[in-house]
Design a protein around this ligand. Structure first.
Ligand SMILES: Nc1ncnc2c1ncn2[C@@H]1O[C@H](COP(=O)(O)OP(=O)(O)OP(=O)(O)O)[C@@H](O)[C@H]1O
Ligand SMILES: Nc1ncnc2c1ncn2[C@@H]1O[C@H](COP(=O)(O)OP(=O)(O)OP(=O)(O)O)[C@@H](O)[C@H]1O
Ligand SMILES: [Mg+2]
Ligand SMILES: [Mg+2]
Lengths: 158, 165, 158, 165
């Protein structure tokens, strides 16, 4: 079990560095470190992330958007070990600026060849990157009851 | 193992039956605040076997049944069905599709069905073992989870790694 | 101290209902309740919010955007007791849809006659409601160092 | 008690001195992820007397001093000054403006000044008592606070009420 975990950990670590660099830039660095390498099955796992020439002392010092991209890189790193048949994101793009939304949707489009992606969003830029959209609404005459509606792409991405 | 459709009736804000057909690639779910988007995500978690009411934003499981509005009475049952293609042969190969159904009655009774045949919750969670989906999946992501990974909620970080290993 | 608290509590409660109705609609109801009225100085305070004909059993059942508007109504209710000279919002608009962003910025414009408002945002609709904007950036030639820049309103709200 | 300007040097990502002038009405602060917007909010909290490192997203107070980049050395001091009009006469009326300054040296020493005159942290927090601003103010709002009010972090809810009473 110990070998198994260490092998998987190493694979996740390499994936993390690869995904992190595509969500940030090629010169950015990050790492996953077992704080107690003697004890891999118990050891806490530390995340080190250094975007764009910065030298944050801990990941807590990173900004809201940077934290979201870092956590997303880790989740995708794990996904790449064993791709789930579908992935669901619920408004994970809310803290991201326009440039980072494009990076986020680009990597999703890449992985969408392997898996289906379901993205809940309010963001028009993210919407523009979807293949199909479902609109959910509640009508004033029947409040509190969810209904599905056709989405007018032009109205949504106006 | 592609998803083909999701049917929701009586679950949370779905007072009327709603059917969503999924295609390949990236599907967007959009709409105003409070209209039911996250409830769709909760429905998927629930039909895959989620038992933690906190992950469904509810205090008790009974609260996931449509509890009525000013104009409508509460319903007595919640039912969610998720259908996908049997490309990974999770069920014997004569089935082209697999439909997982979960029902909860206000009386507290639960029913689980695989392709219409009654089964136990265990049969459903076993079906999905090793596919990467199920409750606690790293494939269902919301901002709260981003926080948990980054804060010192170490167990959530280890859990993710162990689930993949 | 007990009378003082109860009087303030009642005032906050009335403000809460007023602000809530302007962020939701006139027919929506909400309330603040002391779970232990015999013991006002110790009692937990319960928030009840029922937007648009819904009957949520607890506020935890509400959606992300509804929760944000409800909490904002409560904060403004308290603000109205003793208006602070300035208020700062850091990306509080992230979970809101377009219609709710307009309600949010309208109420801020109303209160901005009394106090200064500083709004950190990524949202173009919110930006369009500000009087003046400051842009913060980091240059590739000097990474990790924050600088202030002039903001081209047309570029931002394109 | 209108804010007129904020000057930041050596605090977090402000390796160079930055001065922001505030006018009436609604001021927007915009820019890409990670460029320093929330750091400006932290600077305001800090100069008003915030002592909880957690509220400043730091493990220890020393971490709020600019710690350098690939191209720049760390600085040895963080300094933030906030200036506002003395319309509420928090200081004697011959002053038209009040400037609050806070400095932290890497050695651990702190300095506090009111209109350039050294004072104690206590003098600064006393100045703002009853104005509604200061650490823990209900006037500095981020999404994390929205969560805390709505979850059962009851103390945060009571604290808000008691601060207003
Ligand atoms: N059992 C139930 N019966 C009826 N309505 C319910 C039930 N549970 C939740 N709801 C309602 O569903 C609504 C929340 O829906 P949901 O969380 O899916 O919104 P959303 O589309 O994700 O919105 P947002 O964009 O704000 O996140 C709430 O208004 C809530 O009152
Ligand atoms: N002591 C410090 N020295 C140098 N840089 C620092 C220091 N503390 C924090 N930073 C940097 O400041 C950046 C965070 O800035 P900030 O949180 O203000 O971003 P933001 O503009 O709010 O972004 P977002 O839109 O993502 O919320 C981080 O990249 C972090 O590395
Ligand atoms: Mg939602
Ligand atoms: Mg920020």
């Amino acid at each position: 079990a110990r070998e198994n975990f260490l092998a998987t950990f190493e694979q996740i670590r390499l994936n993390f560095q690869k995904v992190f660099r595509s969500l940030f830039t090629e010169e950015d660095t990050c790492d996953l470190v077992l704080t107690d390498p003697e004890n891999p099955l118990e050891s806490p796992i530390e995340i080190i992330a250094k975007p764009k020439g910065k030298r944050p002392l801990t990941i807590n010092q990173l900004s809201g958007g940077e934290k979201t991209l870092t956590a997303t890189s880790l989740l995708f790193a794990i996904y790449l070990i064993k791709p789930a048949p579908f992935c669901i994101f619920d408004e994970v793009d809310a803290p991201l600026d326009d440039a980072n939304i494009d990076k986020f949707t680009n990597i999703i489009r890449e992985f969408s060849k392997e898996s289906q992606f379901i993205i809940v969003t309010h963001n028009k830029r993210t919407m523009a990157a979807t293949d199909v959209m479902y609109g959910v609404t509640m009508l004033p005459e029947d409040p509190g009851v969810s209904k599905l509606v056709a989405v007018d792409m032009r109205e949504m991405t106006a | 193992m592609q998803l083909t459709r999701l049917e929701i009736k009586g679950f949370k804000s779905f007072g009327d039956k709603v059917t969503i057909h999924f295609g390949e690639g990236v599907t967007g779910i959009v709409g105003q605040n409070g209209c039911g988007k996250s409830n769709i995500v909760d429905a998927i978690r629930w039909v895959l076997g989620e038992q933690k009411t906190r992950a469904l934003r509810s205090d008790k499981m009974e609260n996931i049944i449509f509890n009525g509005t000013k104009k409508r009475k509460p319903l007595q049952m919640a039912e969610v069905s998720l259908t996908f293609q049997n490309t990974k042969n999770l069920l014997p190969t004569e089935y082209t599709e697999v439909t997982v159904t979960r029902r909860l009655y206000r009386s507290g009774e639960s029913e689980y069905l695989l392709n219409g045949v009654p089964c136990r919750l265990k049969d459903i969670t076993n079906l999905f073992m090793d596919t990467g989906i199920g409750p606690d999946s790293y494939a269902i992501i919301e901002l709260k989870m981003v926080d948990e990974i980054l804060n010192d909620k170490e167990n959530s970080r280890r859990n993710l790694f162990e689930e993949a290993a």
